[in-house]
Design a protein around this ligand. Structure first.
Ligand code: ZN
Length: 143
């Protein structure tokens, strides 16, 4: 299982989905992880309280890129409420070692990152892009 997960992660880091920019995004958020040297920009547009489009640009390690690629696939078209609970569920999966099997129905392919919880110094690589989206959603909701 670990090998399969590893392969999916490498594939997403080599051929990331939704990689690029959006002209005139409703939200643009940047996150950096100085520990690893990762930096990421997340572009979002919203329509009817949904994530209508999401793209990212990043420099850094395979984990940070793969996590952003998997995340954008999962969060595209989600409404604010579902997106926020999905982000919280992902955060739980990668920070709680003893958690039961991750909820694949909510987390989809991002469960390939569940093993990150065993490597505390890599957790930020996987979570930084999710934090950036959460911040964007919170800011947008209050506008
Ligand atoms: Zn990293």
């Amino acid at each position: 299982m670990d090998d399969l997960y590893q392969e999916i992660i490498m594939d997403h880091s080599r051929n990331p989905k939704n990689f690029g920019t959006i002209d005139k995004p409703d939200s643009l958020n940047e996150a950096i992880n100085p520990l690893c040297g990762d930096s990421i920009k997340i572009y979002l547009t919203f329509e009817n309280n949904k994530i209508a489009n999401i793209k990212f640009q990043s420099e850094g390690c395979a984990i940070s890129k793969a996590s952003a690629s998997l995340m954008t696939e999962l969060l595209l078209d989600k409404d604010f409420h579902t997106a926020t609970s999905t982000i919280n569920e992902f955060h739980k999966m990668v920070t709680e070692n003893e958690k039961d099997d991750p909820n694949e129905e909510i987390l989809g392919d991002t469960i390939v990152l569940s093993n990150i919880s065993k490597y505390p110094n890599r957790i930020k690589c996987a979570t930084m892009c999710w934090h950036a989206v959460k911040e964007s959603l919170e800011t947008h909701k209050n506008n």
